[in-house]
Design a protein around this ligand. Sequence first.
Ligand code: FDP
Length: 337
Amino acid sequence: MKSISLIQFLIEERRAGHVNAELSLLIEVVARACKRIAVATNKGALGGVLGEAGTGNIQGEAQKKLDVISNEILLEANAWGGQLAACASEEMEDPQPIPDMYPKGHHLLLFDPLDGSSNIDVNISVGTIFSILRCPDGVTEPKAEHFLQPGTTQLAAGYVVYGPATVLVLTFGHGTHEFTLDREVGSFILSRRDIRIPEETAEFAINMSNQRHWEAPMQRYIGELLAGKDGPRGKDFNMRWVASMVADVHRIITRGGVFFYPLDAKIKSKGGKLRLMYEANPMSFIIEQAGGAATTGRERIMALQPTGLHQRVPVFLGSKKEVEVATHYHVEADAAV
Ligand code: FDP
């Protein structure tokens, strides 16, 4: 089989009218930065990159050295290219403007430079998640408010998993595609085109230790999965929880399944655990383009009007039928109140 590199794929997408030259170059720059992050994560203890950075991010979470390194790699790679008007990251309170000495482009880039940080030191898959928006016309100095566009307006979204293989998953709104890094050649090679997630599944991912804090409809839904063949669902379900969203989503992209980070009493005041702009929205775009669904348990994630750059939301995503059942239980419970 003739292999297709990411660059060839991007040229094809340009010819098909799915991306313009600036967006296609931006994806190349992001992919190149992710290759550098892959090299840093692969070095592990030998690269002196493990452990705490001794700083905290805007969310008040302790930063790992690799969080900081990955953020810097992405910022540095993207500053000079001329495709961006600004970037925003989980690791920075405010958007980062493009330095005056570089040309500015028409795009806004949001990223979680290293998702699944708690897994870095234990050699479990981590990843980068990104979302690309168009900078509103006439805005030359983008502020946080200019990033607050619903997920439906995303021009592109992707993630890279740094696992046994480094894998990039990408969408421009015309299907979801997977590329695997050929480490010897240094290129991302198309490994799956037009991925489809099965509508039904018997596998779910959730942090069960939060069970007692969940809302009643979530307790009901997971209770029914756990009851298996003997319960109302009439079939056994299996559970997986990597605790790196990228790895859990990649499993779903590969063989189906559902992922939940629901609202619970501990995180209710924050609105959820996962971040809308650079986790939930890009993952929802990727999942929907693969035939899956993504909701907050009540509404479609991509339809939400964002209110803050670091806003958190509950996340239900993956195989369509299961997301629908869990969402239906919440909507039904709300209607009964
Ligand atoms: P982390 O805090 O380690 O960066 O992005 C948040 C996230 O990881 C997701 O990657 C992961 O799915 C989830 O949090 C893990 O949550 P728990 O700590 O509750 O397991």
